[in-house]
Design a protein around this ligand. Structure first.
Ligand SMILES: [Zn+2]
Length: 320
């Protein structure tokens, strides 16, 4: 009988599970909808079923799951899950372990995606890597000497909550003036809608505000709309100032920027690079590559699989 490691990418809308084949490679993924409104037990039942399906006839000897919310990875406890019902201080690792019959580790979803980029993506070969995911929110993960640094509480890497100004818009956590409040997809859409409501000239005037999301603003900016260009310029500038600060503190080899907003490309990255260069020391700035993520939406699952191999050791698949 073979013994397999399983990686799971749990999201608010879907579960993906796959068996590890190598350190960063996996078998055909199993997909399933996340029963997000049905509570933790139902979600973990669905995860366990997906894991068993992915394992096939193999015995599961370890499972790593990327989780979309704040966790204590050491204790295997989920503090909260913003897009799922009922996740308040849930001992998810123990509950899942009981269901699957093997040890389970949790990692934050941004840490999983960043680990994938470090091992197999845009940051391959880096020693010190900072991963920043710019999406509806802004998250991140820090890797030092090739391994995750998550601090005393498992929460390190929250780059989205870097202060940008005293009076900037609040982020999703209500912090005044932090990066997420200016540069996330949500922030970009919120500001654009507010400007449109105030009558600012734009090709988006007259468009149903409910349909104006970051993607629509990218399209408008690429069509030359001045308001959309300004919003992206300001978002990129704030992101770049934060990146410049990270370079000064950490002197990483690589900063990988992932998340849905990398589709904005230079709308975001050009002002970000300019602003980073203004604030970073020259030598660590020149040394640090600022690149976009290479693995796209696969990063979460590749990272979970790689995290399982890292956590449980041995070959990805063992004969026993
Ligand atoms: Zn914040």
């Amino acid at each position: 009988m073979t013994a397999a490691l399983i990686g799971v990418d749990l999201g608010g809308t879907s579960i993906r599970a796959a068996v590890a084949i190598g350190d960063v490679t996996h078998g055909e993924p199993v997909h399933r909808d996340t029963p997000a409104q049905d509570g933790p037990a139902a979600v973990l039942d669905a995860v366990a079923e997906s894991a068993r399906q992915a394992a096939g006839s193999a015995h599961i000897r370890g499972l790593a799951m990327g989780f979309p919310g704040p966790i204590d990875p050491g204790a295997g406890v989920v503090h909260d899950a913003p897009n799922m019902t009922g996740w308040n201080e849930v001992p998810a690792a123990a509950m899942l372990s009981e269901r699957v019959g093997c040890p389970v580790v949790l990692c934050h979803d941004a840490a999983a995606a960043g680990f994938a980029e470090l091992k197999a993506g845009a940051g391959r070969g880096a020693r010190h890597l900072l991963f920043i995911t710019v999406s509806t929110g802004i998250g991140g993960a820090l890797f030092i000497d090739g391994d995750l640094y998550d601090g005393a509480t498992g929460s390190a890497g929250e780059v989205g909550h870097t202060p940008i100004s005293d009076d900037g818009p609040p982020c999703g956590q209500g912090h005044p003036g932090c990066l997420e409040g200016t540069s996330s997809g949500t922030a970009i859409a919120t500001r654009t809608r507010a400007e449109l409501a105030a009558g600012t000239a734009s090709s988006l005037q007259g468009v149903d505000p409910a349909t104006i999301d970051a993607r629509a603003i990218v399209t408008a900016a690429n069509g030359g709309d001045a308001l959309s260009l300004q919003v992206f310029n300001d978002a990129g500038h704030a992101l770049g100032r934060a990146i410049g600060g990270f370079i000064n503190v950490l002197a990483p080899d690589v900063i990988v920027i992932g998340g849905g907003l990398i589709h904005a490309g230079d709308l975001l990255l050009k002002p970000a690079r300019l602003a980073a260069a203004q604030i970073a020391f020259e030598i660590p700035y020149r040394r640090c590559k600022i690149v976009t993520a290479a693995l796209g939406t696969d990063a979460g699952l590749i990272g979970a699989v790689a995290w399982a191999v890292r956590s449980f050791g041995g070959a990805a698949v063992e004969m026993r």
